[in-house]
Write a protein that binds this ligand. Structure first.
Ligand code: ADP
Length: 404
């Protein structure tokens, strides 16, 4: 059973073909610069690599190239598109309409489109990609949508409401939705493999730390709070995003800098965060290198990151009245043992103790436990795999196999 997983942005379309019999990736690739000019990279598990520039005016054109690559004599991984059992699409915003993954129907597409006001760039691109995919696969292959927000639909009212008048929630749907749900769900389920205990019996704090970062409190297998909010701008400081700030800073700076809402949105999402503080880069590795060679602003940026993550972990633990497991995932969480050490060394209040050697060795895609025998909390490194989670949902919904 092969599943095609699609992650579509407004100008890109990332894909993976996963053989669900062994959960191995057969091929993955990216169609980039859609609507600009167009570039395609495609790589198979046995290292057959295709790279070329193509005219890609729309997602439809990207699917045309992608589908021909999948069956290509030289670069293909299936004999015919019929060997793709289902397609799973990542969708950013499902709001309260989608509490779990669903099979695509016309009504589902209309609902996703209607949520575009909450995620203008992302949801419209997803709908465009799904329609293009339906046309390519001739409607004969089932399509499933998996939302970044669904996992967080179990967050209670007291945690998802903001202190605006209640009408803002009713009329404008302003509330915390949370993101990275597929990643938090995947890593929390993996805990069972690593610790031999089901997530349903645990208090888990999951830290997804990448270009975008969020921390999630998972009680008995369900998200009960997370740091991201109405949008992925909230929470801890990120590559180019501010994270949480006093809301008055926004109006104050708009006045000072004569920015309109759009300018301010770009400023907070693209020009701020670790990049804005360090003045060097949004990439953790560049900032670490600069901090190690004495750059003060780079050092402050990293101190802010560690401090805010610690506070995020602590508030997640308080939300659950305890913590049994702490998970690190995402590009930074999976690789930066220095940051993990710094964070964990400041969490004595929870009885967290890590093994330095195990921590330093568990990088580059390795999964493992880095806490000591004495630690009151199990600290786990779990490389995330959102694509596999999407593929599992697609398979489950289209074959009815609920034991996946
Ligand atoms: P995204 O949120 O875009 O999916 P990733 O999860 O890939 O991002 O994370 C990107 C971040 O991970 C970057 O800040 C990058 O510097 C960091 N990162 C990647 N590899 C390493 C590494 N070996 N050591 C430290 N940080 C790393």
């Amino acid at each position: 059973m092969n599943i095609l997983v699609i992650n579509a942005g407004s100008s890109s379309l990332k894909y993976q073909v996963i053989d669900m019999n062994n959960e191995q990736i057969l091929a993955k690739g990216n169609c980039e610069r859609i609507g600009i000019d167009g570039a395609v990279t495609h790589k198979t598990s046995d290292d057959r690599i295709f790279e070329s520039n193509f005219d890609l005016p729309s997602h439809k054109d990207a699917f045309r190239i992608l589908s021909s690559l999948l069956v290509d004599k030289k670069y293909g991984v299936v004999n015919s598109l019929k060997e793709i059992s289902a397609v799973g699409h990542r969708v950013v915003q499902g709001a309260e309409e989608f509490k779990s993954s669903v099979i695509v129907t016309d009504e589902v597409l209309k609902k996703i489109e209607s949520l575009s006001v909450l995620a203008p760039l992302h949801n419209s691109a997803s709908v465009e990609a799904i329609r293009a995919c339906q046309a390519t696969f001739d409607n004969s292959t089932p399509q499933v949508v998996v939302f970044d927000t669904s996992f967080h639909q179990t967050i209670p009212e007291k945690a998802y409401l903001y202190g605006f008048p209640y009408e803002c929630y009713e009329k404008y749907r302003v509330r915390k939705y949370g993101f990275h749900g597929t990643s938090h769900r995947y890593v929390s389920k993996r805990v069972e493999k690593i610790l031999g205990k089901p997530p349903e019996s645990l208090k888990i704090v999951s830290c997804h730390l990448g270009n975008g970062s969020s921390i999630c409190a998972i009680l008995n297998g369900k998200s009960i709070d997370t740091t991201m909010g109405l949008t992925p701008l909230d929470g801890v400081i990120m590559g180019t995003r501010t994270g949480n700030v006093d809301p008055s800073c926004v109006t104050f700076l708009m006045n000072q800098m004569q920015y309109n809402a759009h300018d301010m949105d770009i400023f907070m999402n693209k020009k701020s965060g670790l990049f804005g503080i360090s003045g060097i880069s949004s990439d953790y590795r560049d900032i670490k290198k600069a901090a190690d060679s004495g750059n003060k602003r780079a050092k402050i940026a990293l101190d802010m990151l560690s401090y805010q993550i610690r506070k995020g972990i602590a508030s997640s633990a308080v939300a659950m009245d305890g913590i049994d497991v702490l998970i690190f995932t995402g590009g930074i969480g999976e690789n930066s043992h220095c940051l993990r050490e710094d964070i964990c060394n400041h969490l004595n209040v929870f009885g967290i103790e890590i093994n330095k050697m195990a921590n330093a060795e568990t990088i580059h895609g390795k999964e493992g436990i880095i806490s000591t025998e004495n630690s009151k909390v199990s600290v786990c490194i779990i490389p995330t795999n959102e694509e596999l989670m999407i593929a599992k949902d697609a398979l489950k919904l289209t074959t009815g196999n609920l034991h996946l």
